[in-house]
Structures are given as C-alpha cells and as structure tokens.
Design a protein around this ligand. Structure first.
Ligand code: ADP
Ligand code: MG
Length: 358
C-alpha cells in the first residue's frame, strides 16, 4: 500500500481544517503499521481515506500497486473497525461475524471455522455467541466488531482505536491476540491509536502524526533511540523525555544560568533543547545539578523522581526498592551526557554530532 502526497481539507462555511497535509507513506504487504498521534491530528481521516470513505483533495492512494482513487470501499480489499462501530442489532453475535464472509460467497464450513476462530481469538465467551449485540457490554461488542473484521480475512485491516473501550487488563490480552491473528492471516494492518504503549506493542513500524502531517515513521526502537524531532521525543517514551532550553557553545550544552552544563561534543553551536530520558538521570547526593522534588512515583520494578530547578524539570529513574525522597526535598542529580538528545531551538529538529562520539 502506498500513499503519495495525500491532502485533505475539511471546509465548513469559511472554516477550513487541514486534516491531512502531504502524507506520503509506504506499508509493506503483511506488515503492521501503527499510527500514533494526539486527538485531532488526522488519524481517522487517514484511515477513512485508505478505506475509500473519504476522497483526498489531491495525492494518490494505491493498494497492491493499483490506484484506488474513486473506487468504493467495498471494491477495496479492506476490513475496518472504527471507534464506534455498530453491529447489526437484529443478528446474533455469530451471525454478525459470519456476515462478511457469507456476503463474499465463502463456503459454509469455512465460514463456521472462521467465526469460531475469530470469536475465540477476541476472547468472546461462547455463551454469548447466540445473543443479540444489545445484551452485550460495550467491551464485548467491540471485540465482536473486531472478530467480524477478522472473519473477512481482508488483505488490509484498518483499526481505529479499537481497544479504547476495553478494561486495561483485557486491552493487553486483545492486543496480543490481534498481533497473533494478523501474523497468522498475513493481512496488512494499520492500527490507529493515541496510546503509545499500544502503538509500540503492535506496530512493526510506527508513524507519528501531528496536525495532519507525519513527523516520523520508524521502528519502535528507532523512535525511542533516535527521535527525529523534539515533538516525537516527548510523545514517545514513558515518562516523557525531559527537555531543557539552553545554548550549545564550544562542545558544551548549558542552560541560561548554567545549572545544567554537560558535554555536547561535535554538536553545532546555537540555541538548543537538550533531551534527557529518565534512565540518563539519577539521584546523586554529590551530583552537580541541584533541585527540589516535585513528585515521586513508585512502580515497584522502578521508580521515577520529578525534580524542578532553575534549569526547568528533569525526571530521574531509580531502582525499585530504593528509598525515595519526599516532595519538597532538595536533591542532587547526575546526568549521563552520552545519552543526551539535542534538538535545534528554531525548528525542533534533531541535531547529530558531526563526528561519532568516543
Ligand atoms: P483524529 O482521528 O486523529 O482524532 P480526525 O481525523 O478525526 O483526527 O480529525 C482531524 C481534523 O479534522 C480535526 O481537526 C477534526 O476536527 C477535523 N475533522 C474531522 N472530520 C471532519 C468533518 N467531517 N468535518 C469537518 N472537520 C472534520
Ligand atoms: Mg479518530
């Protein structure tokens, strides 16, 4: 599947919203792409455009090398589950799931096999299979909707925040099952979410969107280790990367009053943001950086301490079980500058050192 310079603007009276701004994207057959971005950034519009429910103003959409512009949704081999996806109310759960393959002329025994496999994969209790959708909870209905899309065994599966209505524990289960089913049936899957853990878990590659444009398309690890700009760096990773404003001069990054002063060897001089993930910062009584604890979070396996100072805010990771400072306490921090990320203040773009750091 390939999108080339796709533009879509919604107009209402005098108001115009650019929902897609020059989106160019290629997705390998049988792979999974997660689309991650904040609410309103154009994720649903992107999926609707691929499905054929919206026509782009300009740009091309090709599936299997074929330009599908103007083709109605039913002619494209896509299955989709949208945020609020209605099941047929008069059909039982299993009849809902059987509907797609039946409408496509699949043989009866094969339909039965698919219905069973899809409902079991999506953890829909067998006791519910003969019931009508109205008697199911929202989460159960959502899983039936997913099963219905899977039963079609489409070439392309489009999922728009399909797990949002599920309990946290079920969400993790269904997420794992979805990945297994996708791999088993070999469908190309595009999974849209505003939840980074879903995107990182399901996407072989993740496309980060912002205000209708693509910020970066990369593997989860690349996004984490080499974010292309300050927005991606803040949006991907928990806790969010701390970013400090300052200046790079003569191979060092300094905040305005010099509270943080670390090596930035090989980085071009100029106004910059320095980004530090929690694992690059640790509590250290003798540390050169001094601040006041705003909050501490203890997750058991590890803990995070948020520290404010004249430099801005940093977050330090601590080993699980270590005693944590209380809010308001003054602490010292040390920073591993070899793990710093630098971004130009002007445009937020990542700045790489000109020579590889020793
Ligand atoms: P997301 O799914 O990432 O939350 P959407 O694709 O739904 O984002 O929306 C992108 C932008 O387009 C938003 O600003 C939204 O308000 C606007 N938008 C979406 N659909 C319509 C529509 N039918 N008419 C007008 N504006 C729309
Ligand atoms: Mg949406």
């Amino acid at each position: 599947m390939r999108l080339n310079a796709v533009e879509k603007t919604y107009r209402r009276g005098d108001a115009a919203t650019a929902a897609l701004r020059g989106v160019t994207l290629e997705i390998d057959d049988g792979s999974t792409l997660a689309v991650l971005g904040p609410s309103g950034c154009g994720k649903t519009t992107l999926l609707r455009t691929i499905a054929g429910l919206e026509n782009p103003d300009s740009g091309a959409v090709a599936i299997d090398g074929r330009d599908v512009r103007g083709e109605p949704p039913e002619r494209r081999s896509v299955g989709f589950v949208f945020q609020r996806y209605a099941l047929y109310p008069h059909l039982s759960v299993s009849a809902n799931v059987a509907y797609g393959p039946a409408a496509r002329g699949v043989a009866r025994a094969e339909i039965e096999r698919r219905v069973r496999a899809a409902l079991l994969a999506m953890r829909v209790d067998e006791a519910l299979w003969t019931r009508k959708p109205a008697s199911l909870s929202g989460g159960q209905q959502q899983r039936v909707a997913l099963a219905r899309a899977l039963a079609i065994e489409p070439g392309v599966l489009l999922l728009d925040e399909p797990l949002t209505g599920l309990d946290a524990s079920l969400r993790a289960d269904v997420r794992v099952e979805l990945a297994l089913v996708q791999r088993a049936c070999g469908a190309t899957m595009i999974f849209v979410t505003h939840d980074q853990s879903e995107a990182l878990s399901l996407g072989e590659r993740v496309a980060v969107m912002r205000e209708g444009g693509l910020e970066q398309v990369a593997t989860p690890r690349e996004l984490y280790e080499r974010p292309a700009n300050a927005f991606v760096a803040r949006f991907v990773g928990t806790p969010a990367m701390a970013q400090l404003a300052g200046e790079i001069r003569a191979g060092r990054f300094r905040t305005a009053a010099g509270e943080v002063d670390v090596s930035a060897e090989g980085i071009a001089p100029g106004a910059a943001l320095a980004g530090f993930r929690a694992e690059a910062v640790r509590l250290d009584a003798d540390g050169a950086v001094r601040g006041v604890v705003r909050a501490a979070e203890d997750f058991g396996a590890d803990a995070f301490v948020y520290v404010d100072g004249g430099f801005g805010s940093l977050v330090a990771r601590c080993a699980g079980g270590a005693p944590l400072p209380a809010a308001g306490e003054r602490v010292g921090l040390s920073i591993d500058a070899s793990r710093a990320h630098f971004f130009a203040a002007r445009d937020g773009l990542r700045i790489e050192p000109v020579s590889i750091r020793a």
